[in-house]
Design a protein around this ligand. Structure first.
Ligand SMILES: Nc1nc2c(ncn2[C@@H]2O[C@H](COP(=O)(O)OP(=O)(O)O)[C@@H](O)[C@H]2O)c(=O)[nH]1
Ligand SMILES: [Mg+2]
Length: 125
């Protein structure tokens, strides 16, 4: 994909999380933010305190509606992490992020397997 941008001599990448709704994108984002030291306590979608599901409607419904980003410092690497909505109703919001991603993680639910929306996401990527 696009050349990576160098900011302050650090490599910078834009990393997107994509998946069918409820596969675990926001939960994975929460873990990455916690393990990198960005947040002190891991929140949970079902406890309505996930860092990136900050909108009141998102917290109430337990789903991501808006794409959102967080900055993670990983030593030599600066990562802009982008969480996206997996619900088909909000697909336009997810597609909006594709043009700025250097890399993407396509999350597959271990219990649900490869769902139809995963094929669509794979083709889009
Ligand atoms: N058992 C289990 N539940 C998970 C896991 N990852 C996410 N969940 C649960 O699955 C639901 C949806 O997760 P969420 O991160 O909101 O998925 P998203 O829609 O892809 O952002 C939440 O209730 C999570 O607590 C996992 O690895 N194991
Ligand atoms: Mg989510």
């Amino acid at each position: 994909m696009a050349d990576n941008i160098v900011i302050n001599e650090k490599k910078h990448i834009c990393l997107g999380l994509l998946a069918h709704v409820d596969a675990g994108k926001t939960t994975l984002a929460e873990s990455l933010l916690y393990l990198s030291g960005k947040i002190k306590k891991p929140g949970r979608v079902d406890h309505k305190d996930a860092y990136l599901d900050m909108n009141s409607i998102e917290r109430e419904r337990g789903i991501t509606i808006f794409s959102k980003q967080a900055q993670i410092d990983m030593g030599e690497l600066e990562v802009t992490l982008v969480d996206t909505p997996g619900h088909v109703d909000f697909a336009a919001e997810m597609e909006r992020t594709l043009q700025i991603l250097d890399y993407a993680i396509l999350v597959i639910s271990g219990s649900e397997g490869v769902q139809s929306h995963v094929h669509t996401l794979w083709r889009l990527l």
